[in-house]
Write a new protein. Structure first.
Ligand SMILES: [Zn+2]
Ligand SMILES: [Zn+2]
Length: 354
Protein backbone atom coordinates (compact mmCIF):
# COMPACT_ATOMS: atom_id res chain seq x y z
CA UNK A 1 0.00 0.00 0.00
CA UNK A 2 1.14 3.55 -0.62
CA UNK A 3 -1.40 5.64 1.30
CA UNK A 4 -1.11 6.45 5.01
CA UNK A 5 -0.82 3.30 7.06
CA UNK A 6 -1.81 3.79 10.70
CA UNK A 7 -1.18 2.35 14.15
CA UNK A 8 -4.15 0.43 15.57
CA UNK A 9 -4.94 -2.08 18.32
CA UNK A 10 -7.25 -5.09 18.38
CA UNK A 11 -8.51 -7.35 21.20
CA UNK A 12 -9.00 -11.04 20.42
CA UNK A 13 -11.79 -13.20 21.85
CA UNK A 14 -9.16 -14.99 23.96
CA UNK A 15 -7.90 -11.82 25.61
CA UNK A 16 -4.77 -11.06 23.56
CA UNK A 17 -3.91 -7.49 22.53
CA UNK A 18 -2.65 -6.96 18.99
CA UNK A 19 -0.79 -3.76 18.09
CA UNK A 20 -0.58 -3.03 14.37
CA UNK A 21 2.59 -1.08 13.52
CA UNK A 22 2.92 0.72 10.18
CA UNK A 23 6.40 0.68 8.56
CA UNK A 24 7.56 2.43 5.41
CA UNK A 25 9.48 -0.58 4.12
CA UNK A 26 10.49 1.07 0.83
CA UNK A 27 9.96 4.68 -0.29
CA UNK A 28 6.16 5.10 -0.55
CA UNK A 29 5.54 1.41 0.11
CA UNK A 30 4.13 0.50 3.52
CA UNK A 31 3.78 -2.74 5.40
CA UNK A 32 2.26 -3.78 8.71
CA UNK A 33 3.93 -5.83 11.43
CA UNK A 34 1.91 -7.02 14.43
CA UNK A 35 2.94 -7.02 18.08
CA UNK A 36 0.94 -9.44 20.22
CA UNK A 37 0.77 -9.39 24.03
CA UNK A 38 -0.86 -12.25 25.88
CA UNK A 39 0.05 -13.54 29.36
CA UNK A 40 3.86 -13.92 29.29
CA UNK A 41 4.07 -13.94 25.50
CA UNK A 42 5.29 -10.93 23.54
CA UNK A 43 5.29 -11.91 19.89
CA UNK A 44 6.25 -9.89 16.83
CA UNK A 45 4.83 -11.08 13.51
CA UNK A 46 7.11 -10.03 10.64
CA UNK A 47 9.87 -7.45 10.97
CA UNK A 48 9.90 -4.93 8.10
CA UNK A 49 12.53 -4.57 5.38
CA UNK A 50 15.69 -3.47 7.15
CA UNK A 51 15.86 -0.01 5.54
CA UNK A 52 16.59 2.87 7.91
CA UNK A 53 13.02 4.18 7.65
CA UNK A 54 11.55 0.72 8.29
CA UNK A 55 13.65 0.18 11.42
CA UNK A 56 12.89 3.69 12.72
CA UNK A 57 9.12 3.12 12.25
CA UNK A 58 9.45 -0.25 13.98
CA UNK A 59 11.05 1.29 17.08
CA UNK A 60 8.43 4.07 17.12
CA UNK A 61 5.73 1.40 16.99
CA UNK A 62 7.26 -0.45 19.96
CA UNK A 63 7.19 2.85 21.91
CA UNK A 64 3.57 3.45 21.01
CA UNK A 65 2.64 -0.08 22.14
CA UNK A 66 4.55 0.35 25.40
CA UNK A 67 6.65 -2.73 24.70
CA UNK A 68 10.44 -2.85 24.33
CA UNK A 69 12.25 -5.05 21.78
CA UNK A 70 13.99 -6.61 24.80
CA UNK A 71 10.59 -7.82 26.07
CA UNK A 72 9.94 -9.94 22.96
CA UNK A 73 9.69 -13.68 23.52
CA UNK A 74 9.26 -14.68 19.84
CA UNK A 75 9.47 -13.31 16.31
CA UNK A 76 7.36 -15.24 13.80
CA UNK A 77 7.67 -14.70 10.04
CA UNK A 78 4.73 -15.15 7.69
CA UNK A 79 7.22 -15.60 4.83
CA UNK A 80 10.75 -14.79 3.71
CA UNK A 81 10.23 -11.81 1.42
CA UNK A 82 12.55 -8.92 2.16
CA UNK A 83 9.74 -6.55 3.28
CA UNK A 84 8.79 -9.12 5.96
CA UNK A 85 12.11 -10.54 7.24
CA UNK A 86 14.72 -7.87 6.31
CA UNK A 87 14.22 -6.04 9.62
CA UNK A 88 15.64 -8.97 11.62
CA UNK A 89 19.19 -7.75 11.07
CA UNK A 90 18.77 -4.53 13.13
CA UNK A 91 16.31 -6.11 15.54
CA UNK A 92 18.44 -9.12 16.47
CA UNK A 93 20.98 -7.19 18.64
CA UNK A 94 18.10 -5.64 20.65
CA UNK A 95 16.35 -8.84 21.69
CA UNK A 96 16.73 -12.45 22.79
CA UNK A 97 13.44 -13.39 21.14
CA UNK A 98 13.39 -16.81 19.52
CA UNK A 99 12.98 -16.52 15.76
CA UNK A 100 10.65 -18.92 13.94
CA UNK A 101 9.94 -19.45 10.24
CA UNK A 102 8.61 -22.20 7.99
CA UNK A 103 11.37 -24.65 7.09
CA UNK A 104 11.05 -23.91 3.34
CA UNK A 105 12.02 -20.28 4.03
CA UNK A 106 14.74 -20.97 6.60
CA UNK A 107 17.61 -20.91 4.08
CA UNK A 108 16.68 -17.42 2.93
CA UNK A 109 16.73 -16.06 6.49
CA UNK A 110 19.64 -18.01 7.97
CA UNK A 111 21.94 -18.66 4.98
CA UNK A 112 21.16 -15.62 2.94
CA UNK A 113 24.37 -15.16 0.96
CA UNK A 114 24.37 -18.68 -0.47
CA UNK A 115 20.65 -18.47 -1.21
CA UNK A 116 21.13 -15.14 -2.97
CA UNK A 117 23.93 -16.54 -5.13
CA UNK A 118 21.89 -19.59 -6.12
CA UNK A 119 18.72 -17.61 -6.81
CA UNK A 120 20.53 -14.96 -8.86
CA UNK A 121 21.86 -17.75 -11.09
CA UNK A 122 18.39 -19.25 -11.51
CA UNK A 123 16.93 -15.82 -12.33
CA UNK A 124 19.67 -15.24 -14.92
CA UNK A 125 18.85 -18.53 -16.59
CA UNK A 126 15.09 -17.83 -16.43
CA UNK A 127 15.55 -14.40 -18.04
CA UNK A 128 17.72 -15.85 -20.81
CA UNK A 129 15.15 -18.61 -21.50
CA UNK A 130 12.42 -15.97 -21.53
CA UNK A 131 14.18 -14.15 -24.37
CA UNK A 132 15.41 -11.02 -22.59
CA UNK A 133 18.40 -9.24 -24.17
CA UNK A 134 21.67 -9.75 -22.29
CA UNK A 135 22.10 -6.08 -21.45
CA UNK A 136 18.65 -5.81 -19.84
CA UNK A 137 19.27 -9.11 -18.07
CA UNK A 138 22.42 -7.80 -16.41
CA UNK A 139 20.75 -4.59 -15.28
CA UNK A 140 17.80 -6.52 -13.77
CA UNK A 141 20.18 -8.83 -11.92
CA UNK A 142 22.00 -5.80 -10.50
CA UNK A 143 18.67 -4.45 -9.24
CA UNK A 144 17.82 -7.85 -7.72
CA UNK A 145 21.14 -8.06 -5.88
CA UNK A 146 20.88 -4.48 -4.65
CA UNK A 147 17.47 -4.98 -2.98
CA UNK A 148 18.71 -8.09 -1.19
CA UNK A 149 21.99 -6.60 -0.03
CA UNK A 150 20.07 -4.84 2.77
CA UNK A 151 20.23 -8.05 4.75
CA UNK A 152 22.75 -10.32 6.44
CA UNK A 153 21.96 -13.82 7.69
CA UNK A 154 20.27 -14.15 11.08
CA UNK A 155 20.04 -17.61 12.69
CA UNK A 156 16.63 -19.26 12.85
CA UNK A 157 15.85 -20.74 16.30
CA UNK A 158 13.00 -23.04 15.28
CA UNK A 159 10.86 -23.98 12.31
CA UNK A 160 7.08 -24.16 12.58
CA UNK A 161 7.17 -27.85 11.60
CA UNK A 162 9.44 -28.64 14.51
CA UNK A 163 6.69 -27.35 16.83
CA UNK A 164 3.90 -29.21 15.02
CA UNK A 165 2.66 -25.89 13.53
CA UNK A 166 1.67 -24.57 16.97
CA UNK A 167 3.16 -22.12 19.42
CA UNK A 168 0.99 -21.71 22.54
CA UNK A 169 -2.26 -20.18 21.29
CA UNK A 170 -0.81 -19.52 17.80
CA UNK A 171 -1.65 -22.01 15.07
CA UNK A 172 0.03 -22.02 11.65
CA UNK A 173 -0.97 -23.38 8.25
CA UNK A 174 1.52 -23.76 5.41
CA UNK A 175 0.34 -21.93 2.25
CA UNK A 176 3.08 -22.18 -0.40
CA UNK A 177 2.80 -20.28 -3.71
CA UNK A 178 3.46 -16.56 -3.15
CA UNK A 179 6.57 -17.71 -1.30
CA UNK A 180 7.74 -21.32 -0.66
CA UNK A 181 7.40 -21.13 3.13
CA UNK A 182 4.41 -18.80 3.38
CA UNK A 183 2.16 -19.43 6.40
CA UNK A 184 -0.97 -17.89 7.87
CA UNK A 185 -1.14 -17.68 11.66
CA UNK A 186 -4.38 -17.97 13.64
CA UNK A 187 -4.83 -16.51 17.12
CA UNK A 188 -8.34 -16.91 18.58
CA UNK A 189 -10.69 -15.07 16.20
CA UNK A 190 -7.89 -13.32 14.27
CA UNK A 191 -5.75 -14.47 11.36
CA UNK A 192 -2.45 -13.01 10.21
CA UNK A 193 -2.38 -13.80 6.50
CA UNK A 194 0.86 -12.18 5.33
CA UNK A 195 0.62 -11.58 1.56
CA UNK A 196 -1.74 -14.48 0.83
CA UNK A 197 -4.52 -12.12 -0.26
CA UNK A 198 -3.80 -8.46 -1.02
CA UNK A 199 -6.21 -5.75 -1.97
CA UNK A 200 -7.07 -5.30 -5.66
CA UNK A 201 -4.18 -7.28 -7.14
CA UNK A 202 -2.83 -10.80 -7.46
CA UNK A 203 -0.01 -11.33 -4.94
CA UNK A 204 3.38 -11.68 -6.56
CA UNK A 205 4.01 -15.06 -8.19
CA UNK A 206 7.15 -16.56 -9.71
CA UNK A 207 7.89 -19.83 -11.53
CA UNK A 208 8.97 -22.91 -9.63
CA UNK A 209 12.03 -23.05 -11.87
CA UNK A 210 13.37 -20.13 -9.79
CA UNK A 211 11.82 -20.85 -6.38
CA UNK A 212 10.77 -24.48 -5.77
CA UNK A 213 7.39 -24.72 -3.96
CA UNK A 214 6.24 -21.37 -5.38
CA UNK A 215 4.25 -21.02 -8.62
CA UNK A 216 0.61 -20.83 -9.60
CA UNK A 217 -0.37 -24.44 -8.92
CA UNK A 218 0.75 -24.19 -5.30
CA UNK A 219 -0.83 -20.79 -4.90
CA UNK A 220 -4.27 -21.90 -6.17
CA UNK A 221 -4.21 -24.96 -3.95
CA UNK A 222 -3.18 -22.80 -0.96
CA UNK A 223 -5.99 -20.32 -1.62
CA UNK A 224 -8.53 -23.13 -1.41
CA UNK A 225 -7.01 -24.63 1.75
CA UNK A 226 -6.81 -21.17 3.31
CA UNK A 227 -10.49 -20.58 2.57
CA UNK A 228 -11.46 -23.83 4.27
CA UNK A 229 -9.15 -23.27 7.24
CA UNK A 230 -10.65 -19.84 7.93
CA UNK A 231 -14.17 -21.26 7.70
CA UNK A 232 -15.95 -18.80 10.02
CA UNK A 233 -16.06 -15.10 10.79
CA UNK A 234 -12.44 -14.25 11.30
CA UNK A 235 -10.86 -10.87 11.16
CA UNK A 236 -8.00 -11.03 8.70
CA UNK A 237 -4.89 -8.92 9.29
CA UNK A 238 -2.57 -8.79 6.31
CA UNK A 239 0.87 -7.51 5.48
CA UNK A 240 -0.09 -4.38 3.56
CA UNK A 241 -3.81 -3.50 3.81
CA UNK A 242 -6.52 -2.72 6.34
CA UNK A 243 -8.20 -5.50 8.30
CA UNK A 244 -11.04 -7.29 6.52
CA UNK A 245 -13.64 -9.99 7.16
CA UNK A 246 -14.92 -10.88 3.67
CA UNK A 247 -12.19 -13.38 2.83
CA UNK A 248 -14.29 -15.40 0.39
CA UNK A 249 -15.07 -12.30 -1.69
CA UNK A 250 -11.35 -11.39 -1.76
CA UNK A 251 -10.41 -14.87 -2.86
CA UNK A 252 -13.05 -14.82 -5.60
CA UNK A 253 -11.71 -11.47 -6.82
CA UNK A 254 -8.16 -12.86 -6.85
CA UNK A 255 -9.28 -15.89 -8.90
CA UNK A 256 -11.12 -13.56 -11.31
CA UNK A 257 -7.98 -11.44 -11.75
CA UNK A 258 -5.93 -14.56 -12.45
CA UNK A 259 -8.34 -15.76 -15.14
CA UNK A 260 -8.26 -12.29 -16.77
CA UNK A 261 -4.44 -12.35 -16.94
CA UNK A 262 -4.49 -15.84 -18.44
CA UNK A 263 -7.07 -14.70 -21.01
CA UNK A 264 -4.74 -11.96 -22.19
CA UNK A 265 -1.86 -14.40 -22.46
CA UNK A 266 -3.97 -16.91 -24.39
CA UNK A 267 -5.33 -14.25 -26.76
CA UNK A 268 -1.78 -13.32 -27.68
CA UNK A 269 -0.65 -16.95 -27.97
CA UNK A 270 -2.41 -17.56 -31.30
CA UNK A 271 1.08 -16.90 -32.71
CA UNK A 272 4.36 -18.19 -31.26
CA UNK A 273 5.76 -15.90 -28.57
CA UNK A 274 8.63 -15.90 -26.08
CA UNK A 275 7.85 -15.30 -22.40
CA UNK A 276 9.11 -11.71 -22.76
CA UNK A 277 6.64 -11.14 -25.60
CA UNK A 278 3.81 -12.73 -23.60
CA UNK A 279 4.70 -10.44 -20.70
CA UNK A 280 4.42 -7.40 -22.98
CA UNK A 281 1.02 -8.62 -24.22
CA UNK A 282 -0.27 -8.97 -20.65
CA UNK A 283 1.29 -5.97 -18.92
CA UNK A 284 2.60 -3.59 -21.60
CA UNK A 285 6.02 -1.92 -21.37
CA UNK A 286 7.92 -1.60 -18.08
CA UNK A 287 11.47 -1.16 -16.82
CA UNK A 288 13.62 -1.61 -13.72
CA UNK A 289 12.43 -3.64 -10.74
CA UNK A 290 8.86 -3.61 -12.04
CA UNK A 291 10.00 -5.38 -15.21
CA UNK A 292 11.60 -8.14 -13.12
CA UNK A 293 8.38 -8.56 -11.12
CA UNK A 294 6.07 -8.81 -14.16
CA UNK A 295 8.47 -11.17 -15.94
CA UNK A 296 8.43 -13.47 -12.89
CA UNK A 297 4.61 -13.34 -12.80
CA UNK A 298 4.41 -14.11 -16.51
CA UNK A 299 6.88 -16.96 -15.98
CA UNK A 300 4.48 -18.45 -13.40
CA UNK A 301 1.53 -18.26 -15.83
CA UNK A 302 3.51 -19.71 -18.75
CA UNK A 303 4.81 -22.54 -16.57
CA UNK A 304 1.24 -23.34 -15.49
CA UNK A 305 -0.16 -23.25 -19.04
CA UNK A 306 2.67 -25.38 -20.36
CA UNK A 307 2.70 -27.97 -17.56
CA UNK A 308 -1.08 -28.36 -17.86
CA UNK A 309 -0.83 -29.01 -21.59
CA UNK A 310 -2.57 -25.86 -22.81
CA UNK A 311 0.33 -24.41 -24.79
CA UNK A 312 3.15 -26.01 -26.77
CA UNK A 313 6.75 -25.15 -27.59
CA UNK A 314 7.09 -24.71 -31.37
CA UNK A 315 10.90 -24.45 -31.69
CA UNK A 316 12.32 -27.55 -30.00
CA UNK A 317 15.48 -27.44 -32.16
CA UNK A 318 16.27 -23.88 -31.17
CA UNK A 319 15.60 -24.64 -27.50
CA UNK A 320 18.11 -27.46 -27.73
CA UNK A 321 20.68 -24.92 -28.95
CA UNK A 322 19.98 -22.68 -25.95
CA UNK A 323 17.66 -20.19 -27.65
CA UNK A 324 14.48 -18.93 -25.94
CA UNK A 325 11.38 -21.14 -26.17
CA UNK A 326 8.45 -19.89 -28.26
CA UNK A 327 5.02 -20.92 -27.06
CA UNK A 328 1.69 -21.21 -28.89
CA UNK A 329 -1.74 -22.19 -27.60
CA UNK A 330 -2.98 -25.68 -28.45
CA UNK A 331 -6.72 -24.93 -28.80
CA UNK A 332 -8.72 -21.77 -29.35
CA UNK A 333 -8.62 -19.38 -26.43
CA UNK A 334 -12.28 -19.84 -25.35
CA UNK A 335 -11.90 -23.61 -25.03
CA UNK A 336 -8.71 -23.19 -23.01
CA UNK A 337 -10.16 -20.46 -20.86
CA UNK A 338 -13.21 -22.48 -19.83
CA UNK A 339 -10.75 -25.24 -18.94
CA UNK A 340 -8.78 -22.83 -16.76
CA UNK A 341 -11.91 -21.48 -15.08
CA UNK A 342 -12.97 -25.04 -14.34
CA UNK A 343 -9.57 -25.78 -12.84
CA UNK A 344 -9.35 -22.59 -10.79
CA UNK A 345 -12.81 -23.20 -9.35
CA UNK A 346 -12.23 -26.93 -8.95
CA UNK A 347 -9.73 -26.02 -6.26
CA UNK A 348 -12.68 -24.89 -4.17
CA UNK A 349 -14.58 -28.19 -4.31
CA UNK A 350 -11.89 -30.88 -4.46
CA UNK A 351 -8.67 -31.64 -2.58
CA UNK A 352 -10.65 -31.23 0.64
CA UNK A 353 -8.64 -33.57 2.79
CA UNK A 354 -5.15 -32.12 2.41
ZN1 LIG B 1 5.48 -11.32 0.01
ZN1 LIG C 1 4.79 -8.17 1.40
Amino acid sequence: MTENATYATFETSGGATIHRLPLEVFPNFWAYVYLVAMDDLRVLIDSGSGTEASHKNLLEGFDQAGIRPGDLTHILLTHAHIDHYGGLRQLKPLTNARIGVHELDAQTVAHHEARLALTARRIASFLADAGLAEETRDSLLDIYRFTKILYQSVPVDFTFESLGMNLGPFEMIHLPGHCPGHVAIRLHDYIFCGDMVVEGVIPHLAPESIYPHSGLDHYLDSLARFQRWTNGAWLILNGHNDAFTDLSARIEATRGNLVRRMRRALEALGEPLTAVEICRAIYGEAGGYNLLLILEKTGAYVEYLYEHGMIEIVNANEVEQGLPARYRRLLNEDALLSGIERKVNAYTSTQVNR
